[in-house]
Design a protein around this ligand. Structure first.
Ligand SMILES: [Zn+2]
Ligand SMILES: [Zn+2]
Length: 462
């Protein structure tokens, strides 16, 4: 059964901003050193460490027209701009967040004038929209927020998270230096104590605990990730043993989640573990994914791709697909082997845009187990699988994850997939495509829908 950790850490409220929206907002705010304004409309969801706002839409306030000199000498959003935005927030059931910038770097706080204007304006705006409203103030590397919750409370925003090539976290002031644990000394020399601490606060889901997933679990545990969600509905088969890291002969017949949890605890006794012996499309598994900070997809089914993709887009959670393909012709000839480490970043193209989900296969996989094999024209043949290719793909995936978490990537915008073709010793980068009208990865679709999206509906269904 799904087990839950005893004491998940709590950080309070956060706002997650998809990278493209952050690019547009930050280039507007920090254009010329002057103060500028905007409104962000945001969905909402529960998170592992507290409630999460999910930025969905950006309404830029035009200088001199929507962002004007206020009555008491500071600049403010015009009444007409606020009215249009709050009506939209009410209709779409989204939080209304008025945004502006302050000069400086490193830390930020509201001025007395800012707070007085919140107190004058937000009670009425909250009443009109029936949703959470609030103010956000940014410098390029810090953010603070004053939220007036729909339920009546007023709370501070803990952090703004931007899942770009680096996992950016903006807070009112830099997080206090972590207490360094000598255990992580060699690793912290690369990641920094803050990077190591960031890892220890991560809740990472691994979907699929076969050859690829078992290596992911072993390494994530040893790296010091705080919490792991282990999702797989299968039991260990004797033919898995050569590729299942740390598995033993006696594990044959055991649930893969149980074996993975045992190995993770051996690798790091402090890791918190949640096991979900279910298919990923089942509601218990989906719910755990929505509460994660990062998802590794190591299950090669179209249903897994579809639902992980849906969680990424609706909940703004980054994911990495790790796959190995060894094509074999009917005559037994080996084709071009490739490994793919694919970043699935909220709002930057998705599995549907990149034609990585087959509608027919998806429909078959969503059938009940007893009907699934009948629906297939050709029975499934086991694909070849070898440990070093799995290790190659996992190495790419975890190196990216590690550098992103510690904010060590040189370029935040580098979100390409890495494809290895070992037979010809090639390594390629491939950017994701995006279709303008995609119903999953665009604001016109379900990007940032959170509690009002399709995943939430499936989780809530009996
Ligand atoms: Zn201000
Ligand atoms: Zn898409």
């Amino acid at each position: 059964m799904a087990g839950r950790p005893v004491n998940p850490p709590s950080d309070g409220w956060s706002l997650t901003v998809p990278p493209r929206l952050w690019d547009a907002l930050s280039s507007h705010l920090f254009l010329d050193g002057e103060e500028h304004g905007a409104v962000v409309l945001a969905g909402q969801a529960e998170g592992a460490r507290g409630p999460r706002l999910l930025a969905r839409e950006l309404l830029i306030a035009r200088e001199g027209e929507d962002y004007v000199a206020g009555e008491i000498g500071h600049r403010a959003l015009s009444p007409a701009f606020v009215r249009d935005a709050i009506v939209r927030a009410r209709e779409e059931r989204l939080a209304y967040l008025a945004v502006h910038c302050h000069p400086g770097r490193g830390q930020v706080r509201f001025s007395r004038v800012d707070l007085a204007s919140h107190e004058r304006g937000y009670p009425a705006l909250r009443q009109i929209s029936g949703q959470t409203v609030g103010g956000l103030v940014f410098t390029p590397d810090a953010a603070a927020g004053d939220l007036w919750l729909s339920g009546g409370d007023r709370v501070r925003l803990g952090e703004v998270v931007i899942p770009s090539g680096n996992l950016l976290r903006l807070r009112p002031s830099p997080a206090s230096p972590a207490i360094a644990d000598p255990l992580w000394d060699r690793q912290a020399r690369l990641l920094g104590d803050r990077g190591q601490e960031a890892l220890s606060r991560m809740r990472v889901a691994v979907v699929g605990l076969g050859g690829v997933g078992s290596i992911l679990v072993e390494e994530l545990s040893r790296l010091g990730v705080g919490e792991l969600v282990l999702v797989d509905d299968e039991a260990v088969d004797a033919t898995n043993l050569p590729r299942l890291i740390a598995a033993e002969r006696a594990d044959v017949g055991q649930p893969k989640t149980r074996v993975a949890a045992r190995n993770a605890a051996r690798a790091n006794p402090h890791v918190r573990l949640i096991t979900v012996p279910r298919r990923v499309e089942q509601r218990e598994a989906l719910r755990e994914l929505t509460l994660s900070d990062w998802i590794f997809l190591a299950a090669d089914s179209h249903a897994a791709r579809h639902w992980v993709n849906a969680v990424v887009q609706e909940y703004l959670i980054p994911a990495t697909q790790v796959g190995v393909k060894i094509p074999v012709t009917q005559g037994g000839e080996i084709g071009q082997i490739h490994t793919a480490t694919r970043l699935i970043t909220p709002g930057i193209g998705c599995f549907w845009c990149n034609r990585l989900i087959d509608r027919t296969e998806l429909a078959v996989e969503m059938l009940p187990a007893e009907e699934r094999e009948h629906a297939r024209y050709v029975a499934g043949v086991p694909a070849p699988s070898v440990l070093p290719l799995n290790t190659l793909a996992v190495g790419e995936a975890l190196t990216h994850f590690l550098l992103a978490t510690a904010m060590l990537h040189q370029d935040d915008r580098d979100l390409g997939s890495v494809i290895h073709r070992p037979r010809s010793r090639e390594r390629h980068l491939q950017d994701a495509r995006q279709e303008n009208s995609c119903r999953w990865c665009t604001a016109a679709g379900s990007l940032g829908r959170g509690d009002h999206g399709e995943v939430a509906m499936r989780v809530a269904s009996a």
